[in-house]
Design a protein around this ligand. Structure first.
Ligand SMILES: NC(=O)C1=CN([C@@H]2O[C@H](COP(=O)(O)OP(=O)(O)OC[C@H]3O[C@@H](n4cnc5c(N)ncnc54)[C@H](O)[C@@H]3O)[C@@H](O)[C@H]2O)C=CC1
Ligand SMILES: NCC(=O)COP(=O)(O)O
Length: 341
């Protein structure tokens, strides 16, 4: 079986990095994957990049494995309009979304090993009526439909230096305090601890939980949430058998000695988690969604419209995402795939 790679915004660097990852498939030792997207966009982008791209249109995911060594397999989802690099078009939003849907469907039916997503431009999809803040929340909704229960997705950023997850995800900063609850922190911590064991082979995961306010509230002088919301969550996690410490001041929990004391950091909001993640490992960074009934990884960067078709978009983060998805699939099934140590 192969991994399903949704094409992302066709005007962004998704096509460039998909081509780049396939061209490096041997030296990068990545598991087989197929793109769900528009073959014409990939052909045009390869021509613009001046690279030779053998591409094969497939009718079913099952055909991907057999072709992957010789050609980039593509399960067609065609764009409504020609994709112009760097010029996103809301008319193509439905193809972007359909590619994600198909990747999830094929993974849930067992026809693909996992979902890997190339970047979407959120504002472009919002303009086309997309109701979810990002992939993470959309994938959770698809998972909830499948499982017939609510699903809490956890956005785990992974690079060689750090694993870190925000509890609240894509919400305005002014709404963080209202949405941050002890229950949300506990659920997030439990999901991380469970999946670090199951998917990352960490037998006894240690979590470091950040505070919300400067200096984790400075004993309440700089905010009540650390004592009233975060501390009870850390205590509950410990009572549930999860090794957790905190609330820690977020500004001093990411230096090398601090990072050595935990396996994953749990932060209270998006930038508190993503700034250290992207600063410490932008090009080897992967965004993995935990808490889903399927594997999902993604490069940690966005659509980088100004780089589309330029030849300057590095495929490294996508390669890291494909490798991690391959390793997670192997851990899930107990078999070895490319990318294992
Ligand atoms: N998983 C996803 O679908 C994600 C989507 N986005 C979306 O991407 C759009 C653009 O977001 P930005 O904040 O500008 O972030 P961005 O990651 O697209 O770009 C940030 C900077 O990094 C550079 N960069 C990004 N990827 C690169 C690569 N592979 N090689 C070399 N340089 C690279 C860009 O040129 C830019 O200077 C937004 O609409 C955002 O919502 C952002 C992050 C993740
Ligand atoms: N900042 C990370 C990001 O935007 C990724 O979001 P998602 O589309 O993977 O939910």
């Amino acid at each position: 079986m192969a991994l399903a790679l949704s094409m992302g915004d066709p005007a962004g660097i998704g096509p460039d990095i998909a081509i780049g990852a396939w061209l490096q498939r041997r030296e990068a030792d990545i598991a087989a994957f197929f793109v769900i997207g528009d073959p014409a966009v990939l052909r045009d982008r390869a021509a613009l990049l001046d690279v030779e791209l053998p591409l094969i249109e497939i009718e079913a995911a099952a055909a991907a494995d057999a072709h992957f060594a010789a050609a980039l397999p593509v399960l067609p989802v065609r764009c409504a309009r020609p994709a112009r690099p760097g010029q996103p078009n809301t008319d193509n939003a439905s193809a972007t979304i359909e590619a994600i849907r198909q990747a999830v469907r094929l993974t849930l039916t067992g026809d693909a090993d996992g979902v890997v997503t190339a970047p979407i431009a959120k504002a472009v999809l919002y303009d086309a009526g997309f109701l979810f803040p990002g992939h993470t929340e959309f994938l959770a909704a698809l998972a909830a439909e499948h499982l017939r229960r609510t699903v809490r997705p956890v956005m785990l950023l992974v690079n060689s230096q750090l694993k870190v997850a925000p509890v609240t995800i894509h919400i305005p900063l002014k709404e963080v305090t209202g949405q941050l609850t002890t229950e949300a922190i506990v659920e997030t911590g439990q999901i991380i601890a469970r999946e670090l064991k199951a998917r990352f082979g960490i037998a006894a995961p240690r979590l470091a939980v950040s505070g919300l306010n400067p200096h984790a509230g400075e004993s309440g002088a700089l905010g009540d949430e650390d004592g009233e919301i975060v501390l009870p969550a850390v205590r509950q996690l410990r009572a549930l058998g999860v090794q957790a410490i905190g609330p820690l001041p977020a500004d001093t929990m990411f230096h090398p000695e601090a990072r050595a004391s935990y396996d994953a950091a749990v932060c209270m909001y998006h930038d508190q988690a993503l700034i250290p993640a992207k600063t410490l490992g932008f090009h080897d960074g992967v965004n993995a969604t935990l808490g889903l009934p399927f594997i999902r990884t993604s490069p940690d960067h966005g659509t980088a419209f100004s780089l589309a078709g330029s030849g300057d978009a590095r495929p490294d983060s996508l390669i890291a995402a494909l490798r991690l998805a391959g390793q997670m699939a192997a851990a899930q099934s107990g078999r070895r795939v490319a990318g294992d140590a």
